[in-house]
Design a binder for this molecule. Structure first.
Ligand code: ADP
Ligand code: MG
Length: 238
């Protein structure tokens, strides 16, 4: 399997606080990877370092064979790294369709009818076709989460990182979002799913990595990882 993302020795400090230390992680092209860990273990910080929202302090991040750790976020987006945010940040006064036009214009450099047609196609994948002309401020929680994923998809990513896209959703809604992530993966997109809902991670991921206090403490199949005593202590509080 070809490696799409290779993280080696990545660290991140905030003042005197070490949020990430010596993180090594390889992700295969087309993989579905689950990233778990207790609150504050560094999951979002790692995603921020991969996407370019933050610069890592040490180590390297290679994407598709080239070093990206000193590239600004917009360049990484153009190379194919997209992420959804743990706290959705829609343009509330714009319609759902208009929210997608923004990444099309800035990332892909396309606008007008071509962008609108592609945006409608992505909204179709998300089950949001009939919401295209609704103001994003009027969406329900699950619709907002789907729009976040749609906005990430508008950048035509090779790697999609979903940061707790299911937080606050009910059971059936969680299943809808998992189904969407499976479909995007079937289209060839590598997916890293960060999720607190263990059942979602278990059913989606081919491999799971667990962070604790900024370090990777365990990786393996979902079944192996949930049984691991370090993970049970750190994550499940046993
Ligand atoms: P997770 O996503 O696993 O819950 P985070 O990556 O958000 O964890 O946070 C890891 C640790 O780093 C936490 O202790 C958090 O308070 C700290 N942290 C995250 N971002 C910042 C920041 N911008 N400035 C200072 N501390 C931060
Ligand atoms: Mg987080």
């Amino acid at each position: 399997m070809e490696t799409i993302l290779e993280i080696s020795g990545v660290g991140k400090n905030f003042g005197g606080f070490t949020a990430l230390e010596g993180v090594d992680l390889k992700v295969a092209s087309g993989e579905r990877l689950g990233l778990i860990g207790p609150n504050g273990s560094g999951k979002t910080t790692l995603i921020n370092c991969i996407s370019g929202a933050l610069f890592n302090d040490g180590g390297s991040i290679r994407f598709n064979g080239s070093e990206v750790s000193r590239k600004p976020a917009h360049e990484r987006t153009r190379l194919g790294i997209a992420r959804s945010f743990q706290i959705p940040r829609p343009f509330r006064s714009m319609t759902v369709l208009e929210n997608l036009m923004v990444p099309f214009a800035y990332v892909c450099g396309i606008s007008g009818n071509k962008a609108r047609a592609e945006a409608r196609e992505i909204l179709g994948h998300m089950g949001l076709a009939d919401k295209a002309d609704v103001l994003s401020s009027q969406l329900s929680q699950v619709e907002l989460r789907k729009m976040e994923l749609a906005r990430a998809m508008a950048a035509r990513p090779k790697l999609l990182i979903s940061d707790e896209a299911m937080a606050g959703l009910a059971g059936a809604e969680v299943d809808e979002v998992i189904k969407i992530l499976f479909e995007l993966n079937a289209m060839g997109i590598t997916i890293i799913m960060i999720e607190h809902i263990m059942q979602a991670v278990m059913s989606f991921s081919q491999r799971v990595v667990c962070l604790d206090a900024g370090r990777i403490i365990c990786e393996g199949s979902p079944q192996e990882v949930v049984k691991n005593p370090h993970v049970q202590r750190a994550y499940l509080g046993h």
